[in-house]
Design a protein around this ligand. Sequence first.
Ligand code: AMP
Length: 138
Amino acid sequence: MATTIFTKIIAGEIPCFRVYEDDKVLAFLDISPLSRGHTLVIPKEPAETLDQLSEESAAALGRVLPRLGRAILRATGATAFNILQNNGAIAHQVVMHVHFHVIPKYADGAGLGLQWPARSLGADEGKALAIAIVGQIG
Ligand code: AMP
């Protein structure tokens, strides 16, 4: 995996506003926040996208996300938040190191804006897709 700005933050070569660290995870404030308290939670393991991450690092991220969510809500006074996790450039990933965005949502609308172009899932399509995905789970 190529070096990214997050690799340098993990190594301490670039400063960040750190809010949490353990042996597998680092969390720090996003430098261009969508809302007050917007935080990034990253594995120390170098992996570009979530599907390439080890189960150990994924578990460490999953373990700490609720705690960080609670802390961010308490610290900001927000009562809602979104978790955003982009994988791949066409899915809006800019920094190619796995990261979870924790983005407080405020009553005035500040936070993550969403477009959700939902369609309906047909029965045949649903059955075939579920079978295909089940067959690919290792
Ligand atoms: P993504 O589009 O999911 O790859 O988001 C990358 C995020 O990293 C953006 O929200 C950026 O504002 C954030 N970011 C980039 N460089 C830094 C940095 N040096 N410190 C904190 N956040 C950063």
